[in-house]
Design a protein around this ligand. Sequence first.
Ligand SMILES: *Cc1c(COP(=O)(O)O)cnc(C)c1O
Length: 428
Amino acid sequence: MTDRTPGFDTLQIHAGARPDPATGARQTPIYQSTAYVFRDADHAAALFNLQEVGYIYSRLTNPTVAALQERMATLEGGAGAVCCSSGHAAQIMALFPLMGPGLNIVTSNRLYGGTVTQFSQTIKRFGWSAKFVDTEDLDAVEAAIDDNTRALFCEAIANPGGYITDLDALAAIADRHGIPLIVDNTTATPYLCRPIEHGATLVVHSLTKYLTGNGTVTGGAIIDSGKFNWSNGKFPSLSEPEPAYHGLKFHETFGPLAFTFHSIAIGLRDLGMTLNAQAAHYTLMGIETLSLRMERHCANAVKVAEWLEKDPRVAYVTYAGLPSSPYYSRMSRICPKGASSLFTFSLKAGYEACVKLIDSVELLSHVANLGDTRSLIIHSASTTHRQLTEAQQIAAGAAPDVVRLSIGLENADDIIADLDQALTKAGA
Ligand SMILES: *Cc1c(COP(=O)(O)O)cnc(C)c1O
């Protein structure tokens, strides 16, 4: 290989993957094995002591999953990555080394509905809590951070409205308070946005969405920038002696890979939210065409959003890729190649018309997913954001008169024709 840095299209195919050393297999095999034979007793002891890196047991590490981890770390520009069983698992795994009873996170209120529930309800069982703020109000973000805050959390392109977050401004605030900025980059993918270049410490993903890209896999990933100082006194799990590893200090021992090693050696070992090899294989396949798909997703989304915006039955469209969006000007800085294909629109005729519209589509699929080759539609207020109060729904961009679209890779004209006939049937 020459010393030139390969481009994204090359890395999405080659990073982390090499011909199988045993067979020469060109595609990354599905290593469907629970355990790995040790060379001898000394080798086993070194692996268990974290003195040597290798495979022990597939709850912790697996060669197919390792290839995907290396690819994700490379595409996001991070030092290391850990994969896990879902996007929601990735969020718990990202917080786990940072948090403890009585500690909190400050988070954007524009989030995937399931994340709002996870942060406002479920994490309380661990003694953790979350403070929800409008991240457009930087003073409110700053004011919400206290001595017990251990992370600032947001989505780069926020579900469901497709709003673009000012990552640089949030990173500067997190930095001043000695806490990591965690960015959920699911909707943007590393092709459209690279949060680490904007100051993020950790990037989390639902691999379930655009990364696999075809609705076959549930998976998650956490990528660490490797740049954060975990020894600033706030993160004892990473800086202090770990009793379960003979007093090993993760930050001192592993430096920029401290978070990644901790997430495997403690997180996956004890929480067990492991990604299986087959899911990792499908995801690797999907990522090989990520840039091509994201370009088409964005181009189709622009066409559909422009058509909807001109339609008299539509009250408004939230797509950040429309020049009329207040977030359009942020695109060139945060996600210059496009604003992804997730956005909402509102019907003048209100809630009932939204429900009828969903029941009238033919090409679009009514499902609770996004980032598929197929175009998807959902009425967030009665589904993904159903557990939220109306105030939370409105804050999250999922008001009762709003429909969410995830524009797929079909011909844009066919997507538009289907929406047109469904709007007519809905009496909108
Ligand atoms: C889907 C999604 C999640 C949760 O991921 P799962 O793989 O479904 O657990 C988290 N964040 C965002 C932005 C999502 O779209």
